[in-house]
Design a protein around this ligand. Structure first.
Ligand code: AMP
Ligand code: GLY
Length: 421
């Protein structure tokens, strides 16, 4: 089969590598991909907002199946468009993608189907928001409704900071805002929980622990994710059952009641409070960097799984997973998530010799005259799968030291909660 992937991050490179390992894969095309994907696939530059152009390329290249990595094309309705044009595609449709595209859509669904989540209020102006805040306990969480690329969420310790967050949102910092979401702050431990669904049945697709803050000790600004390990240390059968019964199943029922279904990866961002799961947010795709830790643990042929999903036949296969654990450290450009420099050459990349079960997934990189340059905030993902997370992490430190990229920054405490126990 010829397969196309939309996206250019570490998640998409990891998807590419898993596809490459499948006997059924013929050519892989990445729209637009990165320096890493260019080695095993063909990278194609195109405007992802121009669906018509993309369709023509897919037809010309005789791509049999498209996999959509990031949220924006999903929320914009790319799946609906490709399906209308008889192109096989893996990912949720536009209505189902509202689970990520609108936090208020998801909160209302939680309310209707009794899905555990932080208590909340939705307000269409500043005055109403302020009168709600008067009776709130701090910290409080203020959120913009739509996609905001990991921004748009404010954890506010005081009334003053809440007011300025609400003002920023209504003043259009994240696009036109008709409403703002204010919710209770939940104290617990986060967990990323994944399922894969063909619209009729679904299967669990692993768990992971992301590290969102830029600085060690979970301090500093939120990022796309500075590292992860899989499985989450919180994972157990009892908790799985609660998550499926209280969160995933009612969500899928909610979509069914809207006369639609969910095909693709669904990522529940959860807060586990005293062994009880609460939904913080949904994403309608794999997580990044979680994907880079989960896919190397999948033993079943990845393309086969995706293809069965698109053919509504996921039921016919069992997913098999490695018992080993994996850990990912993200190397980013100094300054990320604020200002950082692009186009810095990563000189020693070709000299790094990777052992079995070690991976380097590229994210913000590009290739020019056979040289690799940085091209984004999160640049490279270093991953090891093994029985021992501490040994893996120490090995990753050595690899990153060998690379010796002067513009790089990474967190040394990925997985500390589980490693130092
Ligand atoms: P989100 O984009 O909704 O996942 O929010 C980004 C991050 O903010 C989450 O990963 C949490 O760390 C934090 N967060 C969001 N909502 C809450 C909440 N209600 N209580 C505590 N932390 C939250
Ligand atoms: N790792 C967080 C995300 O993919 O949104």
């Amino acid at each position: 089969m010829n397969v196309g992937i939309i996206g250019s991050g570490g998640r998409e490179h990891a998807i590419c590598v898993s596809l490459k390992n499948s006997k059924k894969t013929n050519n892989i095309y990445c729209f637009p991909g990165n320096a890493g994907t260019s080695i095993i696939a063909e990278n194609i530059e195109t405007d992802l907002n121009n669906f018509e152009e993309l369709k023509k390329l897919i037809q010309k290249l005789e791509i049999d199946l498209m996999i959509i990595g990031p949220e924006k094309p999903l929320v914009d309705g790319l799946v609906d468009y490709l399906e209308e044009n008889k192109i096989k595609v893996f990912g949720p449709n536009k209505i189902a993608s509202q689970l990520e595209g609108s936090k208020i859509f998801t909160k209302k669904l939680c309310e209707k189907y009794n899905i555990p989540t932080a208590n909340f209020g939705v307000f269409d102006n500043i005055t109403k928001s302020l009168s709600y805040l008067k009776n709130c306990k701090f910290p409080i969480v203020v959120k913009a409704d739509g996609l905001a690329a990991g921004k748009g969420v404010y954890i506010c310790e005081t009334l003053k900071s809440s007011v300025s967050a609400i003002e920023e949102i209504f003043n259009g910092k994240f696009g036109e805002a008709k409403e703002v979401l204010i919710e209770e702050f939940l104290e617990g431990e986060e967990m990323s929980f994944f399922i894969i669904s063909d619209g009729k049945t679904f299967k669990k697709f692993g768990t992971a622990q992301d590290h969102k803050r830029v600085l060690e000790g979970d301090r500093g600004k939120n990022t796309g994710g500075m590292g992860a390990y899989s499985p989450s240390r919180l994972e157990n059968d009892m908790l799985d059952k609660k998550i499926l019964k209280k969160i995933i199943e009612p969500t899928l029922k909610g979509l069914e009641d809207l006369k639609t279904n969910f095909i693709g990866f669904l990522y529940a961002g959860l807060m586990i409070v005293k062994d009880e799961p609460f939904l913080i947010e949904y994403n309608v795709r794999m997580g990044d960097p979680e994907c880079q830790t989960i896919l190397p643990r999948l033993k079943t042929d990845f393309l086969k799984v995706i293809n069965l999903c698109v053919e509504s036949n996921l039921d016919s296969i069992n997913l098999e997973w490695d018992n080993e654990k994996s850990i990912c450290i993200v190397l980013c450009s100094k300054g990320y998530p604020d200002q950082y420099e692009n186009n810095v050459e990563i000189k020693r990349l070709n000299e790094i010799k990777l052992e079995k079960n070690n991976y380097i997934f590229h994210a913000g990189t590009k290739i020019k005259n056979s040289k690799v340059y940085s091209n984004g905030g999160r640049v490279l993902n270093f991953v090891i799968k093994s029985k021992n997370l501490k040994e893996s992490r120490d090995s990753l430190f050595r690899v990153i030291k060998d690379l010796n990229w002067e513009n790089g920054y990474f967190r040394r405490d990925i997985g500390s909660k589980i490693i130092e126990k």
